[in-house]
Design a protein around this ligand. Sequence first.
Ligand code: ADP
Ligand code: MG
Length: 492
Amino acid sequence: MSDYRIHGATGEWEVVIGLEVHAQVTSHAKLFSGAATAFGAEPNTQVSLVDAAMPGMLPVPNAECIRQAVRTGMALEAKVNPWSRFDRKNYFYADLPQGYQISQLYHPIVGEGEIEILLDEKDEGSARRVGVERIHLEQDAGKLMHDQHPSMSYVDLNRSGVALMEIVSKPDMRSPEEAGAYIRKLRSILRYVGSCDGNMEQGSMRADVNVSVRRPGAGFGTRTETKNVNSVRFIMAAIEYEANRQVDLLESGGTVVQETRLFDPDKGETRSLRSKEEAHDYRYFPDPDLLPVELGDDFLADCRASLPELPDAKRRRYETALGLPPYNAAVLTAEVETARWFEALLATLGDEHAVRASNWVISDLFGALNRLGKPLAESPVGPGQAAELLRLIADGTLSGTLAKQVFEIMLETGEDPGRIVEARGLRQTSDTGAIDKVIAEILAAHADKVAEYRSGKDKLFGFFVGQTMKAMAGKANPQVVNDLLRKALGRP
Ligand code: ADP
Ligand code: MG
């Protein structure tokens, strides 16, 4: 797919990557109980008798979680299975009161799909397709806390039973960059769909990273799986480290063992957790407490109808219908919040100004937010106000320079641009009388420079423009200033 290679001592190596992403389903209640799922609650305040696995408790599937998994599958153009089933994955651990996790091994709710990634936002030619093997639903476990007491560990069961979608990719990625682009694109789609908030710092999305290396064109090598990596940067770093480790190992005559590893973000290294030989036998079997999940045609049709316009379709529409350059279209559709903001702006300003508006959002607005260290959601300037500002530029009330001044004041005060223009007299003037008067004064004050200009020093024109704009406090219409200056100076 790509030409990423590791240059070893004995030649070139290709990297093969597959990601298993755990995405927490956006829903008020857990997968099989009515307990709440809000992030950051006091430990053990969101635990039902089902989540604590009290004897005799029975799981009841949450239709919303099933709906979200189906919608996600449809968004990935995947095959949705109208018949699926839950299995028990048995293992013992102190954060798992049931002694098993309810998951889907044999009959997942979603089958094969595909995600398109762009390696370079400016270039459609950099598009790649990464296969999705399956999506299944499963329960999350609780969390052990080892730092609360000198000699005891505590358990927080708030996460116990929360619905996760496990989204398993095919081993289709060939570089850390492709894996980074894949995870960002997947997160973007989940956020558009509204099936996962994609918040990796809060653990709502984390990835098991499978890596192997091979000689270009050879069969797949043995892979390792690095568990629970929780940022795009760490995923890419784990791949880089792990691929190089495997190459070094193979080149020095060793073999890669199939094992589970952990990524240490402080050291940027992976280390062995357990090998395949010590791997659990989970004794999967169909959960006898749950009926198979059968999806009716109406339910499936409702799921499909509820999907929003997705990032790829939106990006192409921005290019074809709005005329945006590919880079602008890619940047503005990458996150659903950005696209919503931009569309709210256009709703006031009109689609015919889309190109200008897109440039303003990407350079002026993003530049300012970057400087302020604020995300778009906390922008002091709203889309309606931005539309008003752009309109004042379009109708000649504001020059580019004045617009920048007004925008700075908007960022500081949150006031509307129209008010700022009125209250502070920042309107651009095309009053030729006033501008001519100023020009006459400046030419008189700089007779030497006028002579130089007339004898051929063209560059001085900019000096006169600058002086005039300064004397007009930046409010003169630059085009008018140019015209009047040329007239007053005469061509050299
Ligand atoms: P298992 O069931 O043992 O977890 P799977 O075949 O389901 O194995 O694969 C799990 C993940 O590992 C998938 O994301 C898949 O793409 C990836 N994978 C499989 N083989 C390789 C390989 N040789 N190199 C890298 N990744 C791989
Ligand atoms: Mg696996």
